[in-house]
Write a protein that binds this ligand. Sequence first.
Ligand code: NAD
Length: 460
Amino acid sequence: MSDAPPPVVSRNPADPSDILVRLPAPGTPAATGAVERARAAQPGWLLGGAAARSAALDAIAAAVEAAADELTALAVREVGKPVTEARAEVARTAAIWRYYAQAPYEPTGAVHEPAAGPGLLLTRRRPHGAVGLITPWNFPFAIPSWKAAPALATGNTVVLKPAPEATACAQRLADIVRRAVPAGVFTVLPGGAAEGNAVVSAADAVSFTGSTVVGQAVIRAATARGIPAQAEMGGLNAAIVLPDADMDTAAAHIAAAIAGYAGQKCTATSRVIAVGAAFGPLREALAERLRALAVGDPADPATVCGPLISERARDRVVEARRALPEVAVAPVPSGSDGWYAAPTLVTDVPPGHPLRREEVFGPLAVLLTADDLAQAVRITNSVPYGLVTSVHTASLDQALHGLDHLDTGLVRVNAPSSGVDFHLPFGGTKASSHGPREQGHAALDFYTAQRTYALAPTRP
Ligand code: NAD
């Protein structure tokens, strides 16, 4: 029996006979070599100057925009993202590169007065070196970009280890980025756990997004090496609906957050908590919205919910809802080999049932009740995750109570739980996140370490 890592394979989830990538696994020496080459290229990239880095990031943004149709079609085919969402992801990817194109000109520190005597005290942020990025498949262009753009802007070089399921998207992004930067500055290393692990063992800093189990192992390995690390992981996000909410709007937001991209977003809603008298109207409005949802071919612009990423992911959803009373189920396309699961809202989920505590990562949510907002907040906070909560209410007081008491990294009022602005910090609490925030200015801090300089005259 061979110890070689498994081949890297990616298939079209809407038509599994359509194979996009089949490669022998590069293996751990290739991963180590990629990091070494990135480390060798890093001083040149940094010393090349702010203007060169800014121009490179701008050129990448322009190239993403120019290739938007092709990148959109690739995401639809490789990860089954509905085309409307895929197009929005590509547009956002260009915006991310353009936003960070300004970052090389940002101040990197501050000037302080010495506590005593003449001279200057300075702080300055410096890059770590060669950073390893380990990414999931669900945002195949945006997540690699929101990590790579701030890393490159601040003078690091990058080795990206994408999820096997999104290898073709990552390789296409690499074609674009490599045209704008010197050799060795940005490398995509296809592979799975073995290559990811090797990147963590060799890099000067690590940024991970993916499941909580893997993320925690990555953090342990990075901590043992003493390198900076951040991990964005799973979620079990709640939508809290108060009786004074506009029920139809709330139901539209929540249905989209449950079933958009088949619930395969870390910010998807998987628990709906109706407070008091909201239960009846919400149940009805949400059931209607879910039943009307367009499930099917991700290439169809009307589709909201496409296939799951794999057969295993589809089976996990079907298994998780087994034997639970269904409030609403959307019909799935017949006669397709795609890995579809019907968007479903279930009710009467007993205490202790895994659906109340574990992420399924599919178009499935439980409907729960609470007597008042305080109880809804307690239910929301009772799980090991803390990524995002949506609160639906017309009352500013109720919304403010939510902001003060919800233990999640994001709270969105009268908006779907899914949805992220790339120029603000992003991340959660508890098992959802570890380490500094991603995106916005926070990312510039993660990809740099602070130095303190003291300058004194030769003679006091
Ligand atoms: P995953 O954890 O299976 O894989 C993520 C990445 O880690 C992949 O590149 C994978 O190849 C790599 N990997 C696997 N084992 C490894 C190991 N031992 N060492 C190093 N790397 C390893 O996750 P996935 O299925 O690709 O993505 C789905 C998960 O991602 C969900 O849990 C979802 O909630 C989460 N997610 C979180 C966010 C967020 O920002 N919080 C965003 C998107 C997805």
